[in-house]
Design a protein around this ligand. Structure first.
Ligand code: G6P
Length: 585
């Protein structure tokens, strides 16, 4: 949610920042802006709309220092005035920010002698810094002191017309520094500068980085901190479209290999986490959105394979369980970004009770990963489309692997998942895509649709509904097949599309009966199943992969979501109102 990129070095920073903003657009795309350091002035340029629509670089002055921001509105509507960067009264200090400042109204009251031009919480930071500079502080101290006044989560980068330093700090929202040759990049996320360097320093909470022709780190009290760069493994091809029209289809198709990559783990690590689960007294799978549905499917997988009860709870609801937490409780947090605020809060609540935390995340260096006692990486490469696809199936694969590891059958789990990976490679061919595109043409004219599943595939019905909501904006709902007769069946009319997820498992006959009940009331049944059936009006075949059916069953719905979005002229990578990384509660 909101993307930050800054540059200090010998190149044209304006160009680097505009380019970096385009790469970060998945974090927010309602408006954008850039502060460009001149000598001795700052110029700020802002626009409502997507940075990807901007192609007039020549209209912006070149500079070796620039800081930019792409916004997903939280405090204040989508206007040019509310776009970042925000400046102080004299326009000498500019600030970009990702996060929420909870005490901003109180601080704004205190700063009432200042002239505010936006409705945002961010603007108070520029004015606080201004006051500190007027009191005689150096820029770095003025920024650091201002930050100590803020309550909430933030990643902030501040630049001044009068100082050669750029100051970056974080508390709860991500910030990573790319180290090039005599140049520095500051960003919310690695893809912003991946083409320039793979040497990075992840800021920790409470870190302040001061950057000019060198870099130094302190804490918020000014104490010196040492941070060493690490080399990250992602490459530019992974973070670019690589010939595809959209990231969403690129990432869906990457599932030909990402399930296999997810399973390619250090056995010792998997066994260690399995041991933690086995020794815990109360395990919770926590995630938000799609990751929450992965947690739910994980609870079914653990029940079936490991004969273990696991609670699946969405991040925002978890704090309400705090009364049941003990030092023997284990949280397994599932997240693509590792930055989702509600899941991070769940960890904070759990840590206060002495619980242990494991995270299953895709982003190296993310906050969640660093708050956890142990972690497993999804190995999926960067996921840039707002809706999660390849990381979803990687996470399901990892929970499956862990379930097998918990009962001493790790090798069997690996064999199963590697065979799934091979089958996906065969499944996702051109003809398969054409068939789903054909179905998408039929679906595009419908306002509502339903998805049913049972057992392992009930959570996938819920996840499928998310996919059809977030990208083609269809009112889709997922139900447990058994719940149909308790209400939802009243919604079925002649021609209502309904997807039935029919795996070759113990609930196959029941879900087929549910599909028939819908068909008998005029519903149009799309069966996702290894075998065709007379009940299906349209059949989407998937391989028969036993317990791994949620992995293969969700992929056709991802494709359907993508192609239906194209039919409806919706942008699959940047759906309205959504952001990839939800860093506010
Ligand atoms: C947003 C994204 C979803 C994602 C959810 C959780 O809503 O649009 O695709 O599932 O956040 O994100 P996380 O990074 O924790 O997996």
């Amino acid at each position: 949610m909101c993307g930050i990129i800054g540059y200090i070095g010998p190149r044209n920073g304006t160009e680097v920042v505009i380019d970096g903003l385009k790469k970060l657009e998945y974090r927010g795309y309602d408006s954008w802006g850039i502060a460009i350091k001149g000598n001795p002035s700052l110029s700020v340029h802002k626009q409502v709309g997507k940075i990807s629509d901007f192609d007039d670089l020549a209209s912006l002055p070149p500079s070796s220092v620039a800081v930019g921001h792409t916004r997903w509105a939280t405090n204040g509507s989508v206007t040019k005035a509310n776009a970042h960067p925000h400046t102080c009264c004299r326009g000498k200090v500019a600030v970009v920010h990702n996060g929420i400042i909870e005490n901003f109204q109180e601080l704004k009251q205190e700063l009432r002698s200042h002239h505010f031009v936006s409705e945002t919480d961010t603007e108070i930071i520029a004015h606080l810094i201004e006051d500190n500079l007027s009191a005689g502080m150096h820029f770095k101290d003025a920024v650091t002191n201002a930050l100590t006044r803020l309550e909430g989560r933030f990643a902030v980068v501040a630049v001044s017309a009068d100082s050669k330093n750029v100051v970056a700090a974080r508390k709860g929202s991500p910030l990573v520094i790319g180290i090039g040759k005599d140049e520095y990049f500051i960003a919310s996320d690695i893809p912003a500068f991946l083409e320039h360097t793979r040497d990075v320093i992840f800021l920790d909470d409470g870190d302040v980085a001061t950057i000019s022709d060198g870099i130094s780190f302190t804490d918020f009290e000014g104490g010196v901190v040492h941070r060493e760069p690490v080399e990250i493994t992602w490459n530019v091809e992974q973070a670019s479209l690589n010939g595809h029209e959209h990231y969403m289809i690129k990432e869906i198709l990457e599932q030909r290999s990402t399930v296999g990559l997810a399973v390619d783990q250090d056995d010792a690590k998997v066994l260690k986490v399995a041991k933690m689960i086995n020794e815990a007294y109360g395990t919770f799978f926590i995630g938000c959105g799609t990751a929450g549905k992965v947690g739910l499917v994980g609870s079914y997988i653990f029940s079936t394979v490991a004969k273990k009860h696991v609670n699946a709870v969405v991040g925002s609801e978890f704090p309400s369980y705090h009364d049941f937490l003990t030092p023997k409780t284990l949280l397994v947090c599932i997240s693509q970004s590792g930055e989702t605020a509600d899941t991070l809060e769940a960890i904070e609540v759990a840590k206060k009770k002495g619980c242990k935390v494991v995270s299953i995340v895709n982003v190296m260096g993310s906050t969640m990963l660093r708050m956890s006692d142990e972690y497993i990486l999804c190995n999926s490469g960067p996921e840039k489309a707002v809706c999660s696809t390849k990381v979803t199936t990687a996470q399901i694969a990892l929970l499956t692997l862990l379930a097998y590891a918990c009962v001493g059958r790790l090798e069997e789990g690996k064999r199963l998942l590697n065979s799934v990976s091979l089958k996906l490679d065969v499944m996702l061919d051109g003809q398969y895509l054409d068939e789903i595109r054909f179905l998408a043409k039929k679906l595009a004219g419908h306002e509502s649709m339903y998805i049913i599943g049972r057992g392992l595939n009930y959570p996938m019905a819920l996840e499928g509904a998310i996919k059809m909501q977030e990208v083609p904006y269809i009112h889709a709902e997922g139900f447990a097949g058994g719940e149909l007769k308790h209400g939802p069946i009243a919604l079925i009319e002649d021609g209502t599309p309904c997807i039935a997820l029919v795996a070759n498992d113990g609930v196959k006959n029941e879900i087929l009966i549910n599909a028939l009940e819908i068909k008998s009331r005029g519903g149009f049944i799309i069966g996702i199943s290894p075998k065709d059936n007379d009940i299906f009006d349209f059949w989407i075949p998937v391989p028969d992969v036993a317990i791994a059916s949620p992995i293969v069953n969700i992929i056709p719905i991802q494709l359907l979501s993508y192609f239906t979005a194209l039919e409806k002229n919706c942008d699959p990578d940047k759906p309205r109102n959504l952001a990839k990384s939800v860093t506010v509660k």
